[in-house]
Write a protein that binds this ligand. Sequence first.
Ligand code: DGL
Length: 253
Amino acid sequence: MNSSPIGVFDSGVGGLSLLRELRRLLPNEDFIYYGDRANAPYGAKTHEEILEISKGIVNVLLSRGAKAIVVACNTATAVAIEPLRAAYEGLPIIGIEPAVKPARVSGCRRVLVLATPVTVSESRFAALLRANSKDNCEFIGVPCHELAFMVESGASSEDIEEYLRSVFAPYRADGFDGIVLGCTHYPLVLDEIKRAAGENVSVFDGSDGTARHTKHLLEELSINSLSRKIGNIEFISSDGSDHLERFYQKISK
Ligand code: DGL
């Protein structure tokens, strides 16, 4: 079990931002990364579709010997994490959620939580925002209809920045001092987000917290790798391309 790989999945390149953190913290683990580019974006799919797709991917990862699953997608986590845990009892399944608590603790007052339309409409998301809307901190869920697709399809920096300016425009009058990245595609355009948001806006990403949680859980269950060698990463793309691998090389330099 200790030497088995960790299965990680997302609709495409987004989850690579989390894989990068996992790899940094767990260099001796083997990973299988499944990017479901044939079905991206998940943010425009129904619950039923996302749940069915997620189960299909977990089955593929299990058939390849995964000892644990990391759902490197906020949308699939919001929709499917509980049903997945119920369907695969005993299998460690870790999800990623928007880093709202770090934003509140840091003293931000008005925070935009950017996510896919599906994530923003989930009760799990609303509950998370409600639970953290205290200590004079207000969270606002902002659905970004285009952003994951733009990142996935390689839109230019200029187009992404322009899109983001239009997303932020309605919140300018009352101002905002924090942004939480509630989709794993968004850390991949961090520079564009920072430029469009302007100075004095702090940006929070949940991938390091999720990677830390994964490490603790593996150790607690005594299924962490005991190897001293640098682990392998295998990439599987449902569209058959080698895009994921190339993208990962680029972002992990
Ligand atoms: N990267 C995903 C997320 O974290 C999904 C984006 C999409 O496919 O719409 O929500």
